[in-house]
Design a protein around this ligand. Structure first.
Ligand code: NDP
Ligand code: 2IT
Length: 447
């Protein structure tokens, strides 16, 4: 059987065994596309059921999360933790609280995380978790009770050497605080390395809050440098207005670009003079309000309800909200207006058809597993600080982050070239991540 047929056969099995999980199929398909390239050169990677084992999570945990709202009504949510692959280190990956969360979403995120974490060069395996809980409109007390109930079950499955969760959509510093507090209480130990994204005065790391967004901007700067260009003077559009988006905007501005639009799930704002970051932080981080408020306060800004932020012309596009937010139609519009680079701050924000449009047009396109790896990388730095009971300065940690992002960029470029796909970040990231994990899986035998 040809390598191509063998890969197709395994992919068909993955579809059959994971029916009804389109996002997981999409994430697997993106990696499988690169497996043809690797296996043609190294057929041994198809031996000992390696690819089948890689696609099957080591463990999938689904649990009940009951909690009581402020009016005394009981709600039941579903909690998930998918412990995907631990050959490189403890399972590592965020928790997402959003009504769209289901097992297929957590599996797609966990699968991506394996390769992303491998690319960082740090000793972390891949996992992901979350709940279909919707934090929108909930009081502080409700959020706290939900987090406590969630951790009451999750605590049996995690630990500094086992599985180390962090934040993702709907889970930031506030939620990590409540989760850590409950873990500490239930286990009667201050095990700081069990969660990352902690507060700075109780085991957190400098730069972790900023890391994903800063990392996306550092990666984008490398992509532009590879084209003999820079961020200086570039018009940039960033979707979303959460943790990743805010700090991507901050670093793009520091590097000389101008972010002219950002969004939330209800609409987008355009500010031709550049997004006022202090105002954005006040609206989103302090007041936890909607992005429409930005236009209420800035006379020259406009708010567009609904619609697509990708209608806004730009030279660089950074999708930083959620999966499948940038489709074929949007990609064509961006290409038509002359976009030069697209880097994914979110996980899988571009559809497969969207990615094809960018690649066919020769637009530099960086997948999330490379471009947004700065968040988890800095989480691993937080784990290092916790293990050595140390805390590093902002400058030192930021320098480590920027070096890691340069390293990932370099690994993508050299691997893509080595495998006959020069300049292709998708193949570069998939292959570099896969080979590292696959070699460790071989070394450990059939487990
Ligand atoms: P936040 O919860 O801080 O912000 C999410 C943002 O995306 C909000 O503006 C939100 O708008 C918007 N959004 C969420 N869901 C949807 C949706 N279904 N449709 C449209 N907009 C939506 O999350 P983060 O910034 O942490 O995460 C953003 C992305 O980055 C995710 O894909 C996440 O997996 C990824 N990521 C995060 C990392 C981290 O360290 N936090 C690390 C690497 C990747 P609204 O408020 O209206 O819901
Ligand atoms: O998607 C991601 O990489 C994250 N949400 C961050 C994970 C982490 O463990 O810091």
């Amino acid at each position: 059987m040809s390598v191509r047929d063998r890969v197709e056969e395994i992919y068909e099995q993955v579809l059959l065994r994971n029916a009804g999980e389109p996002e997981f199929h999409q994430a697997a398909a993106e990696v499988f596309e690169s497996l043809h390239v690797v296996l043609e050169r190294h057929p041994r990677y198809a031996d000992s059921g390696l690819i089948e084992r890689l696609c099957e999570p080591e463990r999938q945990i689904i649990f009940r999360v009951p909690w009581t709202d402020d009016n005394g009504n009981v709600h039941v949510n579903r909690g998930f933790r998918v412990q995907y692959n631990s050959v490189l280190g403890p399972y590592k990956g965020g928790l997402r609280f959003h009504p769209s969360v289901n097992l297929g979403i957590v599996k797609f995120l966990g699968f991506e995380q394996i390769f992303k974490n491998a690319l960082t060069g740090l000793p972390i395996g891949g996992g992901k978790g979350g709940s279909d809980f919707d934090p929108k409109g909930r009081s502080e007390a409700e959020i706290m009770r939900f987090c406590q109930s969630f951790m009451t079950e999750l605590q049996r499955h995690i630990g500094e050497y086992t599985d180390v969760p962090a934040g993702d959509i709907g889970v930031g510093g506030r939620e990590i605080g409540y989760l850590f507090g409950q873990y500490k209480r239930l286990t009667n130990s201050f095990e700081s390395g069990v969660l990352t994204g902690k507060g700075l005065n109780w085991g957190g790391s400098m730069v972790r809050t900023e890391a994903t967004g800063y990392g996306v901007a550092y990666f984008t700067a490398e992509m532009m440098a590879a084209k003999g260009e820079s961020l200086e003077g570039k018009k940039v559009v960033v979707s979303g207005s959460g943790n990743v988006a805010i700090y991507a905007i901050e670093k793009v501005h520091q590097l000389g670009g101008t972010v002219v639009a950002c969004s939330d799930s209800a609409g987008y704002v355009v500010d031709p003079k550049g997004i006022d970051l202090e105002l954005l932080k006040e609206i989103k981080e302090v007041k936890r309000a909607r992005i429409s408020e930005y236009a209420d306060q800035v006379p020259h800004a406009t708010y567009v309800e609904g619609g697509s932020i990708w209608d806004v012309e730009c030279e660089i596009a950074l999708p930083c909200a959620t999966q499948n937010e940038l489709d074929e139609v949007a990609a064509k519009k961006l290409v038509a207006c002359g976009v030069q680079a697209v880097a994914e701050g979110a996980n899988m924000p571009t559809t497969a058809q969207g990615i094809k449009v960018f690649r066919d047009a020769g637009v530099a396109f960086a997948p999330g597993k490379a471009a947004n790896a700065g968040g988890v990388a800095t989480s691993a730095l937080e784990m290092q600080q916790n293990a050595s009971r140390d805390s590093w300065s902002f400058e030192y940690t930021d320098e480590r982050l920027s070096k890691i992002m340069r390293g990932i960029h370099e690994r993508c470029i050299t691997t893509a070239a080595e495998y006959g796909q020069p300049g292709d970040y998708v193949h570069g990231a998939n292959i570099a991540g896969f080979v590292k994990v696959a070699d460790a899986m071989f070394a450990m035998g059939v487990i």
